[in-house]
Design a protein around this ligand. Structure first.
Ligand code: NI
Ligand code: MN
Length: 225
């Protein structure tokens, strides 16, 4: 599996013909190494919640590529108005898809969608466990530390993508506790230093985690698992 970090919480996943983006915040992302114009082949887009730094470029990328958007019911209904192909699911649900399975996990956060007409309801925020070719990736979305993460240990996660920035999500200290709950094989920090207010230090995170490997990716970096 190829994983490429596109800054903030945005990751590109590739395994065979499965080419996915998670939380495609590219335009307006000061850390993004990519631009929407250069993204041509995407089969699936996962959206964890409705905030602009996660919903991001979902509409233009899905329109340009024909990708199926996988997200919660409320965001899905919102996106269908743009003519996108949408698969909606919700917290705790698992589904078999052509590339593997997806389970939606809880997140403690908000999910409002900011529009020109004000904020609209975006359902519950979540995260995703994506299993492709017997490899399991967990993208936590934006969340505080929760006891629910203890249940994820049983999922036998290979790679956990965890926010560490603080202010809106877990900080380093809580993300370290999350890793101890989840016990993935590899943890990759995200959602830090995009903006001054989320200043968690990935090196402090790496030094503090001793139950698994921590891989720090700079925007644009690739990791093969
Ligand atoms: Ni958020
Ligand atoms: Mn966020």
């Amino acid at each position: 599996m190829k994983l490429r970090f596109l800054g903030h919480s945005c990751f590109y996943l590739e395994e065979g013909s499965f080419k996915a983006l998670i939380d495609p915040f590219i335009t307006g992302n000061p850390q993004s190494p990519a631009s929407v114009d250069e993204i041509d082949e995407i089969t699936h887009i996962f959206v964890t919640h409705g905030h602009g730094d996660h919903l991001g470029d979902t509409v233009p990328v899905a329109k340009a590529t024909g990708a199926t958007v996988i997200t919660n019911h409320e965001i899905g209904v919102y996106l269908e108005k743009f003519g996108l192909k949408v698969h909606t699911m919700h917290i705790g649900g698992r589904v078999k898809m052509d590339f593997g399975t997806v389970k939606m996990t809880p997140a403690l956060h908000g999910s409002g969608i900011t529009t020109e007409d004000g904020m609209i309801y975006g359902g519950n925020p979540g995260g995703f466990i994506i299993e492709v070719n017997n490899k399991k990736i967990y993208h936590a979305g934006d969340t505080g530390l929760t006891m629910d993460m203890k249940l994820l240990e049983e999922e036998k996660i290979d790679i956990a993508l965890l926010p560490i920035g603080g202010n809106f999500t877990m900080d380093v200290e809580d993300a370290v506790r999350a890793v101890e709950f989840i016990k993935p094989k590899v943890a990759i920090p995200m959602h830090y230093k995009t903006f001054p207010v989320i200043n968690g230090d990935p090196y402090e995170f790496k030094e503090s985690v001793d139950v698994c490997d921590v891989v720090i990716l700079n925007p644009g970096d690739e990791y093969n698992y």
